[in-house]
Design a protein around this ligand. Structure first.
Ligand code: GDP
Length: 472
């Protein structure tokens, strides 16, 4: 009925057209994209599809240069398990109880802000690990300005350290290394720096440009110097935002609290959020009834780079959802319900990721310039050999990028990175582990596994030449 109205044609004719396509439909049925296109053509109309986001018509206010003010950097801490991410975040949190703040440190709300003695501020995302970082990025939210990668000085640069580095690099976010646990007798920070150098990551005291500092998350040694280096690095990014407009930002986490209702931690990125503002976050909306910082103190306002937990939303939005403030409550509610409806209808995701079969077509269309690959293999030798061969397939038209490579099974984290960075995954003598296959199916990520190097190279070459026969 909607398309009939749009084309000004009796609805019975549309139903007839569908029947001739072998589809029995009713007036209120929603048609898929292909059917819509065919039916419209039947009546000499053309269909143009716009994405759900465009349909929302949320217009973000433009800032002029004079509206912008410096804002605090937003940091994520990543690194191998047990290298000290949580300890570092906890230490910074505890060490930074601002004088006069009551009660000291309290809840974990997913993010917190600190103020250094110099008065400078830093916001930390308190969800250590690259999974959270990349899951947010896969939802289109790039929140982090800078990444601290923790490496234990009594251990080595480990697989997850390498993953964290790849994830930060794929996001184009600068890295500062924290060489941790230097209080331990077995600590050897130089060994770590050497291992980083072997990966082409030269830290400052090795004559490179990457900042690093030796710390102990246990004793606190070196942590204020580390944060100074973080601020120095952040200064070069010239981070700015306009505090004098309606707030815009990203959801960090949300949950249902028995006594208080839905509690959402959000990070204000631009503008200022004020109690009483009506906000829309993902598929949820509501009036901000109360706002708290990580110390549980009530707040009236929150400006750029400020994490706050808020009460008042009618549900729990997802981490990575954007939020906007609306003057018109009705409009926000309408968009929220439209989004819910769209999600229900779209049993298949609209955003389809790149597959090997599709590459040739996309290259021919001319809108595809970079082929991103995540490469996992059983031994270092085959991974290096494939990296070399893949990179040599680059042409003037298309650049082959190895976003991440490593030894071991294909993990969830690889799939998330592929989803966030539009990559395909190639496994050599390895398979997807744990939930990786399931998530890849859901996210529609192409995973190809090979056991003959020659086959892998041939497939990629054929795909790039648009000659790959569809996978059986
Ligand atoms: P995460 O998995 O990276 O979050 O690591 P944790 O912060 O949980 O730390 C793992 C273990 O290392 C814990 O037992 C910590 O107490 C210990 N640890 C972390 N940092 C240091 C440090 O600087 N010195 C020492 N001696 N132990 C540390």
């Amino acid at each position: 009925s909607e398309i009939a109205t749009m084309m000004d044609i009796p609805v019975t004719k549309i139903i007839g057209a569908c029947m001739s396509l072998g589809m029995m439909v009713t007036m209120n049925q929603r048609l898929d994209a292909e059917t819509l296109t065919i039916v419209a053509e039947e009546f000499d109309h053309t269909v143009e599809f716009v994405s759900a986001e465009v349909e929302d018509a949320i217009v973000e206010e433009e800032d002029s240069a004079e509206d912008l003010e410096a804002r605090a950097p937003i940091i994520t801490v990543m690194g191998h398990v047990d290298h000290g991410k949580t300890s570092l975040l906890d230490y910074i949190r505890k060490a930074n109880v601002i004088a006069g703040e009551s009660g000291g440190i309290t809840q974990h709300i997913g993010a917190y802000g600190v103020q250094l003695e110099s008065g400078q501020k830093i916001a930390f995302l308190d969800t250590p690990g690259h999974e959270a970082f990349t899951a947010m990025r896969a939802r289109g939210a790039q929140v982090t300005d800078l990444v601290i990668i923790v490496v234990a000085a009594d251990d080595d640069v480990m697989p997850q350290t390498k993953e964290a580095i790849s994830h930060a690099q794929a996001a184009g976010v600068p890295i500062v290394f924290a060489i941790n646990k230097v209080d331990r007798p077995a600590a050897n920070p130089d060994k770590i720096k050497e291992q980083l150098a072997a990966m082409n990551l030269l830290v400052e005291d090795w004559g490179g440009k990457i900042q690093s500092h030796d710390i102990s998350a246990k004793t606190g040694q070196g942590i204020s110097e580390l944060l100074e280096k973080v601020l120095l690095e952040a200064e070069m990014l010239d981070l700015k935002a306009n505090p004098n407009k309606r707030a815009v930002g990203t959801v960090v986490e949300a949950y249902l609290d028995k006594g208080r209702g839905f509690v959402s931690t959000i990070l204000v990125q631009e503008g200022t959020l004020t109690i009483g503002d009506y906000i829309l976050a993902g598929k949820n909306s509501g009036k901000v009834k109360a706002m708290f910082n990580e110390r549980g103190n009530a707040m009236e306002k929150a400006g750029p780079s400020t994490p706050v937990s808020i009460l008042g939303l009618d549900g729990a939005p997802q981490a990575g959802d954007r939020f906007h403030v609306f003057e018109d409550e009705r409009e926000a509610k309408q968009i929220a319900s439209k989004r819910s409806q769209l999600q229900r209808e779209q049993s298949v995701r609209t955003q389809k990721h790149i597959t090997l079969d599709e590459i040739g077509r996309r290259i021919a269309l001319g809108d595809f310039k970079e082929l991103n690959i995540i490469l996992k293999g059983d031994v270092d030798g085959s991974v290096e050999a494939l990296t070399d061969s893949f990179q040599k397939l680059s042409t003037d038209e298309i650049q082959v990028n190895i976003l991440h490579k490593g030894v071991g099974a294909i993990t969830e984290s690889d799939v998330l990175l592929a989803s966030a960075s539009e990559a395909i995954i190639i496994g050599f003598n390895v398979r997807p582990a744990g939930n990786a296959r399931m998530i890849a199916d859901k996210e529609e990520i192409d995973i190809r596994t090979y056991s003959i190097i020659y086959d892998a190279i041939n497939d990629l070459r054929d795909a790039m030449e648009g000659m790959l026969s569809p996978e059986m």
